[in-house]
Design a protein around this ligand. Structure first.
Ligand code: G3H
Ligand code: 13P
Ligand code: ZN
Length: 322
């Protein structure tokens, strides 16, 4: 038996994006896989009064179970109230790989889904996206599509090479599919190794973003692969036994610029992973006799809160928008 996201107290992304477009900021979309990440996201968003999109990847569903994650998101709605500030919270399927996956999330309480048909031909991408939109909209669930390929891992799909979004395709894609938002490829990529170490970081292709905006004015655009790969945490990981030499991400000022455009959703996963791992490594290195997970997860969670607060305030610009 299905369950509607409305019964879980969640919202879809429609109003969030309309306000973000109007206010020239972006909604943060943070991935979560466990309790501590979720608590940190909610604490930070309550503290900064920010709307938020909780993202669940295929990997997260395999790791934590889709039903568990859905009820955790429902818990997050109540947790925000308990912390003193009810938030607009969307539960979003990240990189849905098929109609069936998206349907299952719509049926079981997600308020938003992404159908990532970017690895298909243009025509097949349109066909599968349209099918998802028809089903999702019948349940008032919003849908994100994708045009162009980001390098890195998109769940099962590993793209060696990126291909930028072709602005000439966006109007046809948006009109034929009926999607609510569109992820585009302008030089970001997934993971912690986005650019070649030892070389200047190439700027994002704002020219492509502008061309897309011109063709679909006022339409919400999504940026994946938007972690900045914060160097303090990379260094901390390396200092305490890890090896992430050469990890590099998107400079925050470029994301700020994107957030002020039609980019209404900015996806951040890797930065959270880095913060969490860095603090756990540091704690365990300094406290070799400790073995209660609460001891090392607590400082990791606390640091995550600070990182998400900083993203909301200084990068995506969503603070005080809830
Ligand atoms: O888009 C990719 C996300 O960072 C999720 O990755 O499938 O390893 O959870 P994951
Ligand atoms: P990062 O790997 O840059 O955090 O990107 C996350 C993402 O796009 C999730 O869909
Ligand atoms: Zn992504």
């Amino acid at each position: 038996m299905g369950v509607s996201y409305k019964e879980l107290g969640l919202v879809n992304t429609r109003e969030m994006f309309a306000k973000a477009m109007e206010g020239k900021y972006a909604i943060p979309a943070y991935n979560f896989n466990n309790l501590e990440q979720l608590q940190a996201i909610i604490s930070a968003c309550v503290a900064t009064k920010s709307p938020v999109i909780l993202q669940v990847s295929k990997g997260a569903r395999e790791y934590a179970n889709q039903t568990m994650l859905r009820y955790m998101a429902m818990g997050a709605v109540e947790y925000a109230k308990e912390l003193g500030y009810p938030l607009p919270i969307a539960l979003h399927l990240d990189h849905g790989d098929s109609f069936e996956t998206c349907k299952s999330c719509v049926d079981f309480g997600f308020s938003s889904v992404m159908i990532d048909g970017s690895h298909h031909s243009f025509e097949e991408n349109i066909a599968v996206t349209k099918k998802v939109v028809e089903y999702a909209h019948a349940h008032d669930v919003t849908v994100e599509g994708e045009l162009g390929i980001l390098a890195g891992i998109e769940d099962d799909v590993v793209a060696e090479k990126s291909s930028y979004t072709d602005p000439d395709q966006v109007v046809e894609f948006v009109e034929k599919t009926g999607v609510d938002s569109l992820a585009i490829s302008i030089g970001t990529s997934h993971g912690a190794f986005k650019f070649k170490a030892g070389q200047p970081v190439p700027p994002l292709r704002f020219d492509i973003l502008e061309e897309c905006e011109k063709r679909i004015p006022g339409f919400p655009i999504v940026l994946h692969g938007a972690s900045s790969v914060l160097q303090d945490y990379v260094e901390m990981i390396n200092q305490y036994g890890g090896n992430l030499e050469g990890a590099l991400g998107v400079p925050e000022e470029q994301l700020r610029k994107a957030a002020a455009s039609a980019v209404c959703k900015i996806n951040i996963d890797s930065d959270g992973r880095l913060v969490f791992t860095a603090k756990i490594r540091e704690y365990l290195a300094k406290n070799p006799g400790h073995f209660d997970p609460r001891q090392y997860l607590k400082p990791a969670r606390a640091e995550l809160v600070e990182m998400y607060k900083a993203k909301n305030m200084n990068v995506v610009g969503s603070a005080n928008r809830a």
